[in-house]
Design a binder for this molecule. Structure first.
Ligand SMILES: [Zn+2]
Length: 303
């Protein structure tokens, strides 16, 4: 089973409609859930997609527009109704902390869990790290301060070669240390190097979430060759001027970014409701970057 899954809970833009919820994405990394943005409908989609609320510990907001935030007070309140325990951390700008704290103080005076706000800045920096992942922000160019996020899995452990371990007489009690990288010294003093007992770990998975933003080619270097790049594609290229004016991108620009950073796959989303046919976004992007997937509620990509 994959250790890193990307779930799309909302991939529409500002106005919810019958086809799409506003922005929300959940990463399931080794059974811990990390949410990026929380538009309306997020908590219903979590239930629909059978994502466990008690596994959600971190919520990362890209910016403070309603289509990325309006689901959050409801979700935080519901967690309390569910008697959620432990700590939930919301990563956002200082203004977001002030607004959300005021709402939670008014509407949820008896919280069952510890709600923590972590202030981030609209700049590029490592903002969070745990045993599973490292998260860094990328400053974007939207109408208000906005960041993208890059999630990089922490190095995985080496694989034990059981046959080699048996051959060299490694006791089971030492397996953990061998996997961690130690050599094995036999009772006669002969040293068996770690490379003879283990195989390289599986490659680390990575995901970049870039939206909302005007097209900024220079950030491709910063993003790097991630496995999957989500890049907003609010508009089609026929409306490129609207995109620039509103601080958004076209599907073609999303594809150019995927090519520029060397992404394995491109994931589109944040579609404007002015277009009635989502397949146009996919077609436009695939002309430049064939390995493109159109985001849709319920879509799950395993890395
Ligand atoms: Zn938006």
């Amino acid at each position: 089973m994959s250790d890193f899954k990307i779930h799309i809970l909302g991939c529409g833009s500002a106005k919810p409609n019958l086809y799409h919820h506003p922005s929300c994405t959940v990463l399931n990394i080794r059974e811990s859930l990390y949410m990026i943005d929380c538009g309306e409908g997020a908590q219903l989609e979590m239930q629909r997609q059978r994502l466990k609320f008690n596994r959600l510990n971190h919520i990362f907001l890209t910016h403070l527009h309603g289509d990325h935030v309006f689901g959050l007070p409801g979700l935080l309140g519901s967690l309390s109704l569910m008697k959620r325990q432990g700590t939930v951390t919301v990563h956002t700008f200082r203004e977001g902390i002030a607004i959300l704290r005021q709402m939670m103080d008014f509407f949820n005076q008896e919280m069952s869990y510890n709600l923590v706000f972590h202030e981030i800045k609209p700049e590029s920096a490592v903002i969070y790290e745990d045993k599973h992942i490292k998260v860094r922000t990328i400053a974007l160019n939207h109408r208000v301060p906005c960041v993208g996020y890059v999630f990089e899995e922490q190095p995985r452990r080496r694989h034990l070669d059981r046959a080699a371990a048996d051959f060299h007489g490694v006791p089971v009690a030492m397996y953990r240390r061998i996997i961690a990288g130690e050599d094995f010294v036999k009772t006669d003093g002969i040293r068996v190097p770690n490379a003879a007992l283990t195989r390289d770990p599986s490659p680390q998975a990575s995901y970049a979430h870039i939206g909302d933003t005007a097209y900024v080619p220079a950030i491709a270097q910063e993003i790097g060759p991630v496995n999957v790049l989500y890049h907003e594609s609010t508009y089609l290229k026929e409306n490129i001027h609207d995109a620039a004016k509103r601080g958004h991108s076209t599907a073609a620009q999303a594809a150019m970014m995927a090519r520029g950073c060397g992404a394995g796959r491109l994931l589109l989303g944040h579609y404007s409701s002015r277009y009635k046919d989502d397949s146009l976004f996919l077609k436009e992007a695939q002309e430049i970057f064939p390995d493109t997937v159109a985001g849709n509620e319920g879509l799950c990509i395993s890395l």
